[in-house]
Design a protein around this ligand. Structure first.
Ligand code: ZN
Length: 447
């Protein structure tokens, strides 16, 4: 089937003012202004009221945290006290059904904001939740969103001097065996994959050095990506110097993690030399502006990192530090916080849209996603400018970011519509809200 997405109001692609042709899940042609597709067309979608951008790609999240949003014990705190408030709650046995609801809700929220490919850094594996990655694979298929299953891990807990409680960590052999199982079962390295897997120790300081090193070996064997948290707060630099005698980036290098296979969440507190070193090795950085502002963590040096060679992607981060999963909102927040870091002229709406699309695709190693170009996957987000907030807007692409678009009218993934009229296809949103709300309530009452 050949579909012409015809003459959009605006589109984030050069030479596609007349629209794009989608065939077999891919972008088959770009149509210039006033042009018509060569060859027959089976279906025309009139996009004259739509602003079209590549589907947004979320490169950092913790879906389970939707169960503890705006938690009274954690609000108005910075990262370490925030973690100390929430870990005892998270440690109280997240059950598979609650985790399934959390996954379904976060994926649906992301999708409705215009996200077509998600990743979830899941690192809690209490007894009973060993199948967390399987639950996420099932839910991603049901919602129809592409996903990088990011198999997290922690093997240093309070008894070893770490932050996480003992009940949520696993031993090294169990972790590595499950990483291998999940890679074997779900990692599809081919173009157009709906599921891939990345290996993701929670932070270099919540796992042993051996687990950091062995994760690299496994990632090379399966050709997958590596992910972890780094440089989120100043406390982390101090903690690392005290416990390891080195700064986090030096420790990461010792573990063999300075490669283009790696993307890091946050990446805020780096020295000039570290920015250059990370860029030279093409280590990706997932910028999480909303979370960084909520926890007052600091400002990522996006422009310097990008100039040094690091891909910059965007992430909403977990739903206890955002506390929503709206990636389009984070695009706007990225513009705002980076204008404080730099200035109004050097950070534009094109920069932040690039980070959320092509930059995020590079972070997770997806050459087939992130831009509207011939041969790329047909993953698109379409927004109308009908709401009051857009009335009177001049530049439609700038308006998405500046006026604060937050809900896509249509989302296409692999050539199929997954959101129509602002609603996710095949998902009963009211039922989801009710069931997730009940699951969160039951979880909080059990702790
Ligand atoms: Zn995180």
């Amino acid at each position: 089937m050949r579909q012409w997405i015809k003459e959009p109001l605006a589109i984030l692609a050069e030479g596609a003012e007349g629209g794009i042709v989608v065939e077999d899940g891919k972008i088959a042609a770009l149509i210039p202004r006033g042009g018509k597709p060569a060859g027959p067309i089976d279906q025309i979608f009139d996009a004259s009221c739509h602003v079209v951008i590549p589907g947004l790609i979320n490169t950092h999240h913790h879906f389970f945290q939707t169960l503890t949003r705006a938690h009274p014990a954690a609000i108005n705190k910075e990262l370490f006290p925030w973690l100390r408030a929430l870990y005892p709650i998270w440690a109280k046995n997240v059950k598979p059904e609650a985790f399934r609801q959390a996954t379904r809700l976060a994926l649906t929220e992301l999708l409705m904001s215009g996200c077509t490919c998600a990743s979830d850094h899941h690192y809690l594996f209490p007894a009973g939740l060993e199948g967390a990655m399987d639950i996420q694979a099932e839910e991603a298929a049901a919602v129809g969103v592409r996903m990088t299953l990011t198999r997290g891990s922690m093997n240093l807990s309070e008894k070893d001097g770490g932050l996480p409680p003992d009940g949520v960590v696993q031993d090294e052999d169990t972790i590595l065996a499950d990483c291998e199982r999940v890679l074997g079962r779900y990692h599809d390295a081919k173009d157009g994959a709906m599921l891939q897997v990345a290996l993701a120790p929670c932070a270099p300081f919540t796992v042993t050095k051996r687990l950091m090193v062995d994760s690299v070996g496994l990632a090379e064997r399966f050709q997958c990506r590596l992910h972890t948290h780094l440089g989120e707060t100043r406390d982390e630099n101090e903690y690392c110097l005290e416990h390891y005698g080195s700064r986090p980036v030096d420790y990461l290098e010792e573990c063999g993690w300075l490669t283009d296979r790696v993307w890091l969440a946050h990446g805020i507190h780096f020295s000039d030399e570290e920015v250059q070193r990370l860029g030279r090795h093409k280590v990706g950085i997932c910028h999480c502006p909303t979370s960084n502002m909520t926890l007052a963590s600091g400002q990522c040096r996006t422009k310097e990192l990008e100039a040094a060679g690091s891909p910059i992607g965007l992430g909403v981060d977990g739903s206890a530090s955002n506390d929503n999963s709206n990636l389009m909102e984070s695009v706007r927040h990225a513009l705002m916080i980076n204008r404080l870091t730099y200035n109004a002229a050097s950070v534009t709406h094109f920069d932040v849209l690039r980070w959320a699309t092509a930059g995020s695709a590079r972070c997770i190693g997806r050459d087939d996603l992130g831009t509207i170009a011939v041969g790329k996957q047909a993953d698109l987000a379409l927004y109308t400018l009908d709401e009051l907030r857009f009335s009177g807007a001049g530049d439609p692409l700038a308006a998405l970011v500046l006026c604060g678009a937050h809900a896509a009218d249509r989302v296409m993934i692999k050539g199929a519509w997954k959101v129509e009229g602002g609603m996710p296809v095949g998902v009963d949103v009211a039922k989801l809200r009710h069931e997730h709300g009940q699951a969160a309530k039951a979880f909080l009452e059990s702790v």
